[in-house]
Design a protein around this ligand. Structure first.
Ligand SMILES: NC(=O)c1ccc[n+]([C@@H]2O[C@H](COP(=O)([O-])OP(=O)(O)OC[C@H]3O[C@@H](n4cnc5c(N)ncnc54)[C@H](O)[C@@H]3O)[C@@H](O)[C@H]2O)c1
Length: 290
């Protein structure tokens, strides 16, 4: 009897722990997650949360990123296959969607686009001396890739009705952050693609497309921006709630993939602890008065 109640207690504790964290918001849903490079990646955190919420996943990244091998840990943790695809290559994307729908045995419910790369920033070229060859690649990888992904899904009719697509962006699309350089233009283009394609996909299949504009976050892509620490500290002091973490961002993405946000589309949604609507905070004023 005593053994039995102990056993039951352990069982209920495990259930409580599980349910305390998860709401089964994505039970039965199938999604593709682009851009998990390592465990700091926003895509990595989001994949874990989606899995916790009951989703089935396919993970994808550029073949060169897969060679790092890190993603295999995430693949194990989320019981998801990894399918390589360079997001600027339409053949890769077609194969990815074919393999993903075959794996799921049906269409896809959600997609996370968590991809960004600036060749000019990487090569140390400032905004006033852009190399236009690099610039084209930056725009293709970081912005038009969303169009490429959506176009592939559209042509193959690979998304279910009421599907949801989220792409990650940054407030440099609206305001100037000098060292963000050409990525600011890339993000402005990305947000525009989300709106424009959002119109067509809403009409065709009630698929919603939004961008989430995230606080500065310490990741491989994030830390590539010059003066990133100053950037992050400033945002922290300017946000009444402080910077939003990648785990918070993951939770927000889950809500956007869930059925609770069906009528939200073509939006750029700030996930930044209030940063975007602040003029100045007392903390920053204190610094200025020193
Ligand atoms: N870190 C931040 O401060 C921050 C803030 C706001 C928005 N974002 C955005 O979040 C997204 C994810 O970035 P992150 O911060 O998690 O960094 P990250 O470096 O972990 O992720 C970027 C991903 O893009 C992938 N990628 C690059 N080129 C690719 C290609 N040709 N094909 C397929 N994938 C490719 C990389 O392999 C990597 O997985 C990006 O869009 C980024 O701009 C980041």
């Amino acid at each position: 009897m005593r053994f039995c109640s102990l056993h039951l207690n352990t069982y209920f504790y495990a259930q409580f722990k599980y349910h305390n964290m998860a709401y089964n918001l994505l039970q039965g849903k199938k999604g593709i997650i682009f851009g998990a490079l390592d465990e700091k990646s926003i895509a990595w955190r989001t994949a874990l949360k989606c899995y916790e919420e009951g989703a089935q996943l396919v993970l994808t990244n550029a073949p060169v990123a897969l060679r790092m091998g890190e993603i295999n840990k995430l693949s194990e943790a989320t019981n998801a296959p990894v399918i390589g695809a360079d997001v600027t290559n339409m053949d890769d994307l077609k194969k990815l969607f074919e393999d993903a729908t075959a794996h799921f045995g049906g269409k896809i419910d959600f997609i996370l686009h968590s991809i960004g790369m600036s060749l000019n920033v990487r090569k140390g070229k400032s905004y006033t001396e852009l190399d236009y060859g690099f610039n084209q690649k930056t725009l293709d990888i970081s912005a038009m890739s969303l169009h490429r992904v959506l176009r592939t899904a559209w042509d193959m009719d690979a998304l279910n009705e009421w599907g949801s697509v989220v792409a990650l962006t940054y407030i440099a699309a609206q305001r100037v952050f000098p060292h963000y350089s050409e990525m600011a233009d890339a993000k402005a283009l990305l947000e525009s693609v989300a709106r424009s394609f959002g119109y067509h996909y809403a009409i065709k299949k009630k698929v919603r497309i939004n961008t989430v504009s995230q606080s500065p976050t310490r990741t491989t892509a994030g830390s590539g921006v010059k003066g990133f620490d100053g950037f992050m500290n400033y945002a922290e002091k300017m946000s009444p709630m402080g910077n939003a973490s990648s785990d918070d961002c993951a939770n927000y993405c889950v809500s956007l993939f869930s059925d609770l946000t069906r009528m939200v589309t073509m939006q750029n949604l700030f996930h930044d602890g209030g940063f975007s609507f602040m003029g100045v905070t007392q903390e920053v004023l204190n610094e200025m008065e020193k």
